[in-house]
Design a protein around this ligand. Structure first.
Ligand code: FES
Ligand code: FES
Length: 161
């Protein structure tokens, strides 16, 4: 059953023709729209590499059908920076070495933004570890990731956007 859907991604409407209703948001982002910043790790909800925001809440795009998201606001890692001005979470990841190979990093960053929104700027280091536990890092950059998320929280509290 072919169908056409419209997805609002990073503030832009994208019309997508689908052969059937089964493609995930992850596959539509990467293979149909060309937004390859969102990564595919496990493709089964276990690694967090594919994390994006849907109406401000983090979701695993590999577990989400694209057809279910018409009318939603989808944010991917490509939608964070304003020109050369990085999002404070991106800046903090760079300054705290929150990555090595970088494959998990877009998902880590999107998950961190969701977590900092959920915790309203009051996340403890333990809450960050727990809240980021769905995002795996093969390189084991967890110490830098935790430092980056805590620092980003402080930057945002001081008004960084
Ligand atoms: Fe989606 Fe691993 S690719 S959770
Ligand atoms: Fe390599 Fe996380 S930085 S998987």
């Amino acid at each position: 059953m072919a169908l056409r859907i419209s997805l609002n991604i990073n503030g832009t409407e994208h019309g997508v023709d689908l052969e059937d209703p089964r493609p995930t948001l992850l596959d539509v982002l990467r293979e149909r729209i060309g937004l390859t910043g969102t990564k595919k790790g496990c493709d089964r909800g276990q690694c967090g590499a594919c994390t994006v925001l849907v109406d401000g809440r983090r979701v695993n795009s590999c577990l989400t059908l694209a057809v279910s998201l018409e009318g939603a606001k989808i944010t991917t890692v490509e939608g964070l920076a304003n020109g050369d001005a990085l999002h404070p979470v991106q800046t903090a990841f760079i300054e705290h070495d929150g990555f090595q190979c970088g494959y998990c990093t877009p998902g880590q960053i999107m998950s961190a933004i969701g977590l900092l929104s959920e915790t309203e700027g009051k996340a403890s280091a333990e809450a960050v570890r727990e809240g980021m536990s769905g995002n795996l890092c093969r390189c084991g950059a967890y110490a830098g990731i935790q430092d980056a998320v805590m620092d980003a929280q402080a930057r945002i509290a001081k008004g960084a956007k």
